[in-house]
Design a protein around this ligand. Structure first.
Ligand code: HPA
Length: 267
C-alpha cells in the first residue's frame, strides 16, 4: 500500500472495480448517520462489500455507520456507488482517511459526489426535526484541511449551484443553509451553538466539509444534504444523544431515500 493518499485512492479504485464488477461509476453517495436505511430506495444492488476489503479504509467507529460500500443500478440506468457510513476526523486517524472514500470514488469515475449527514439545527424558529436542508456553503471549524501544500482550490461554489437547482426542481420548498463543521466527538456547547448562529450557520455537525473540499480538489461536483435530527445544544433545553439521531434517520429513511433516488435520476 502506498503512503501517498492520491496513489492509495487509485489503488482502492482499482480494487473497488474488480470487487464490485463495475468498470466506472457515475455518482457516489456518502450516507451519514441516520441515512444508511435510506440507501435501499436508491436502486438495485449490483454488489456490496465491506469497505475494509479495499486499500486504505479503516473499520467504522460509530453505531449506525455500517462501513460497507454498495454498487447500485438506478432506475434511470446510472451506476451509483454508495458508502454506507464514513470515517470521521474525531476517530483520530487524521484527515486522509476521512476523504479517502471521496477520492476513491472520483478515481473510479464518479463526477458527482452526494454527501449526506445528520446535523443539529441552528434555526429552530424555522427548521423542523426530520427536515432535509440543502447545504449552500460551509464553515470549516475542524482546524483541518485535506489538502497539503500550495494548492489553492477555489471554494466559491463548493456545493455546485446546478445540483442545488436540480434538487429544488424536485422539492421546491426545500430550505438551504450553511453547515458548520466541528471536529467532535462532543456535541457543541450552547455557547458554541450561539456563536455558530452569529457566524451565519444554519446546521452544525461533524462531517462533510472536508469531503466536499477533497471532492472539489478532485474536480467533482458536490451536493450536500443535512437531515436535521435535533435542535442545536441549548436551543430547546434538551440534552442530545446519538440514539435520537439514528431514530430520526429511521423515521425519515423512505422519504430521504426517495429524494436521493429522484436526484440521482436527474443527474
Ligand atoms: N451537533 C453535531 N453533530 C450532530 C448534531 C449536533 O447537534 N446532531 C447530529 N449530528
Amino acid at each position: 500500500m502506498s503512503n501517498d493518499p492520491y496513489a492509495l485512492a487509485t489503488e482502492a479504485a482499482t480494487a473497488l472495480k474488480s470487487a464490485t464488477g463495475v468498470d466506472s461509476f457515475d455518482v457516489a453517495l456518502v450516507m451519514g448517520s441516520g441515512w444508511v436505511p435510506a440507501a435501499d430506495a436508491i436502486g438495485e444492488t449490483i454488489s456490496e462489500i465491506p469497505v475494509t476489503d479495499l486499500p486504505g479504509f479503516a473499520p467504522p467507529a460509530v453505531a449506525g455507520h455500517a462501513g460497507r460500500v454498495r454498487a447500485v443500478l438506478t432506475g434511470s440506468g446510472k451506476v451509483a456507488l454508495i458508502f454506507l457510513g464514513r470515517t470521521h476526523l474525531y476517530e483520530g486517524r487524521g484527515v486522509d482517511p476521512v476523504v479517502h472514500g471521496v477520492r476513491t470514488a472520483i478515481k473510479a469515475g464518479a463526477g458527482t459526489i452526494v454527501l449526506t449527514n445528520a446535523a443539529g439545527g441552528l434555526r429552530p424558529e424555522t427548521q423542523e426535526v426530520g427536515e432535509a436542508v440543502l447545504i449552500s456553503d460551509h464553515i470549516n471549524l475542524t482546524g483541518a484541511n485535506p489538502i497539503t501544500g500550495a494548492t489553492f482550490v477555489d471554494l466559491t461554489d463548493v456545493y455546485t449551484p446546478r445540483l442545488r437547482d436540480l434538487v429544488r426542481e424536485i422539492e421546491p420548498s426545500m430550505a438551504e443553509g450553511v453547515y458548520v463543521a466541528f471536529r467532535g466527538p462532543t456535541y457543541e456547547t450552547p455557547a458554541e451553538v450561539r456563536m455558530c448562529r452569529i457566524l451565519g450557520g444554519d446546521m452544525v455537525g461533524m462531517s462533510t466539509a472536508l469531503e466536499a473540499v477533497a471532492a472539489r480538489e478532485g474536480g467533482a461536483d458536490v451536493l450536500g444534504i443535512s437531515l436535521v435530527t435535533n435542535p442545536g445544544a441549548g436551543l430547546v433545553g434538551e440534552p442530545l444523544n446519538h440514539e435520537e439521531v439514528l431514530e430520526v434517520g429511521r423515521a425519515t429513511a423512505a422519504r430521504m431515500g426517495g429524494l436521493l433516488a429522484e436526484v440521482v435520476g436527474k443527474l
